[in-house]
Write a protein that binds this ligand. Structure first.
Ligand code: OGA
Ligand code: NI
Length: 358
């Protein structure tokens, strides 16, 4: 009780939802980006005509068509580190219920959400705003709740008790994404010429962090962002969005808006796959824009090897091609240590483990 009071009195924490609900006509100064980092909404730069890949995952389950899907995945991973998937097997009711639970959670009174607030990135369940409200120099127009999600029975009791449907609805979605992610990792290994079962055990025991994000309507979307450019530490991230807002950086360093496709899910390669593939695939740099009209919700499910398990380039990809390993090894925990003491917007984590070629 004392703790809760103290946190509430600490006025350094104001959620984006609270600002939107109070009807502020402008974003507070801490949200204003330097001109070079603003999203240039509506300019042709931000919305190039690039067509982003959409892959029908039902092909993976048809023996005569699997190799076609693997080929499409290979091209998408090489070109973008990104693709959308349809016919992914997660029922639309599961998706809808998870989004409903997230909406109800972010609509709760401030006091209720503050029970879970934390600036400690090692906390298995934490509510927050921006990236880290206590250390960010520029703030981002986003509130979030993040929680460990696999194995579910280990973590679910620590999840929000309110709204009452949260654990059930989000738990079902988390389990479904875990199954989907195993299928995707198999396909990605295969697309690299590795055994389908490469790292299977580590992946089964791996960690899953569900980041549930809320981007309320923003009075000045031209000068703020929901999330800054970054890549995810994960092996891969499965992203569900309620409306458009995500942008990815293409190979020409141009921002491309990811279209909203009803029923589709987004797959993004993270730093663990970049390292494992020895740089054949790159993790995708992405950011989130905000807008004046629609509140946007997203679920980013970040899958990775177990917390302390190091990932390194697959020996086959190093030896067969006579390549030197381009990366050192790292674990999810190494990433957490890095972001707790460094500004990961200034320098990407993956750049710290790249080997300089002689
Ligand atoms: C993330 C992320 C994108 C989005 O949580 O890492 O990039 O659209 N989210 O919310
Ligand atoms: Ni991300």
């Amino acid at each position: 009780m004392e703790e809760t009071k103290k946190t509430l009195l600490d006025d350094s924490f104001i959620s984006a939802m609270a600002l939107t609900n109070s009807g502020v006509p402008q974003v507070p100064d801490r949200y204003v980006l330097p001109p070079s980092q603003r999203p240039a909404l509506g300019s042709s730069l931000a919305t190039t005509e690039t067509t982003l890949p959409v892959i029908d995952l039902s092909l993976l389950h048809q023996p005569s068509l699997r190799s076609r899907a693997i080929h499409e995945i290979n091209i998408a991973c090489k070109e973008f580190g990104f693709f959308q998937v349809i016919n992914h097997g997660i029922p639309s009711s599961v998706v809808k219920d998870a989004l409903e639970a997230a909406k109800l959670f972010f609509d709760l009174p401030v006091e209720e959400k503050m029970l879970l607030v934390s600036a400690n990135v090692h906390e298995p369940v934490r509510y927050g705003t921006s990236l880290n409200h206590s250390t960010d120099s520029v703030h981002y127009w986003r509130d979030f709740i993040k929680h460990y999600s696999h194995p579910l029975p280990k973590w679910i009791d620590m999840w929000p008790s309110n709204p009452p449907c949260y654990k059930d609805n989000v738990g079902k979605y988390a389990e479904a994404t875990h199954v989907l992610h195993k299928q995707l990792i198999e396909a990605i290994a295969e697309s690299l010429g590795l055994e389908k079962t490469y790292l299977q055990e580590e992946i089964e025991e791996g960690s899953q962090v569900m980041a549930v994000n809320c981007y309320p309507t923003c009075p000045e979307p031209e000068i703020a962002l929901g999330m800054p450019p970054h890549s995810d530490f994960s092996s891969l991230t499965i992203l569900l969005q309620s409306s458009q807002g995500l942008q990815i950086m293409d190979c020409n360093k141009a921002w491309v808006s990811v279209p909203y496709i009803e029923g589709a899910l987004i797959v993004q390669l993270g730093d663990q796959v970049e390292v494992m593939s020895n740089g054949i695939y790159k993790s995708v740099i992405h950011r989130v824009t905000v807008n004046k009209d629609v509140k946007r919700l997203s679920f980013a499910s970040l899958h990775s090897l177990p917390l302390h398990k190091k990932i390194s380039p697959a020996p086959k990809l190093v030896n067969e091609n006579n390549n030197a390993p381009g990366y050192g090894e790292f674990s999810f925990n190494d990433f957490l240590e890095y972001i707790s003491s460094n500004d990961f917007i200034q320098q990407r984590f993956i750049d710290t483990i790249k080997k300089i070629s002689p």
